[in-house]
Design a protein around this ligand. Structure first.
Ligand SMILES: O=c1nc[nH]c2c1ncn2[C@H]1C[C@H](O)[C@@H](COP(=O)(O)OP(=O)(O)OP(=O)(O)O)O1
Length: 205
């Protein structure tokens, strides 16, 4: 299990509420060694509502608030096919669990349009407010005709990000985590979140 490094300073830490090891790994890779100065991780199973990505993230933050007192961050990721008007979208977790990566490929059988979009929504809630800050990152891609690369994170082995850094059309699972973070939905959301959290820490301490 990936865990964030401990830090003994007195700064109030932001709690990243997630039970998803893949998310934690990419978060840690993005922020680097200092991550423990700012964040701690708590694995709480947060019930997910149905709705738009913004509605889902707000509900996730408010649910987490019932358990975590201090500043907190949650994340929700969806992935959908343009041929299906971006469904499964927020329901991708359930599709993946029941059909697997091959099942997702099969959903596009006979469809000419294999394009897909990944969306990452990061939500932040400070301790003294109910105002949710939301950061959204997107990544356009296409679904690979077969499962490729080591599957250690969700639908990574079938998602080919369309980006000039990926001329070889590798799936996320075949790309180095550093490159994934530079071009992915999560990386794009983290860029926005990072500038916010740096300003927030300056004001706070
Ligand atoms: O970059 C990614 N590359 C491939 N797969 C990914 C990625 N990011 C999330 N995923 C998968 C995990 C889950 O099957 C679904 C999102 O579900 P999602 O509700 O956001 O996450 P979760 O319940 O696993 O963790 P959490 O404890 O943070 O709510 O897509």
């Amino acid at each position: 299990m990936t865990s964030l490094p401990e830090d003994k300073s007195n700064n109030e830490k932001v709690t990243f509420v997630t039970g998803n090891v893949g998310k934690l790994r990419e978060f840690q890779e993005y922020f680097g060694h200092d991550i423990g100065k700012h964040f701690v991780n708590k694995d709480i199973d947060l019930e997910e509502i149905q709705g738009t990505p913004e509605e889902i993230i707000r509900a996730k933050l408010l649910k987490a608030r019932e358990v975590v007192k201090g500043p907190l961050v949650v994340e929700d990721t969806s992935m959908g096919f343009h041929a299906y008007h971006l469904l499964p979208g927020p329901y991708i977790k359930h599709f993946l669990k029941s059909c697997g990566c091959q099942g997702l490929i099969d959903m596009l059988e006979g469809k000419k349009d294999k394009s897909a979009q990944a969306l990452c929504v990061i939500g932040f809630l400070d301790s003294d407010t109910t105002k949710c800050e939301i950061f959204i990152g997107k990544c356009e891609g296409e679904i690979s005709p077969e499962v490729r690369g080591k599957n250690n994170f969700g639908w990574d082995p079938i998602f080919i990000p369309l980006h000039e850094r990926n001329k070889e059309k590798l799936t996320f699972a075949q790309l180095d985590i550093k490159i994934k973070n530079e071009i992915s939905h999560r990386g794009n959301a983290l860029k926005l979140f990072q500038s916010f959290i740096e300003q927030w820490s300056k004001k706070k301490y």
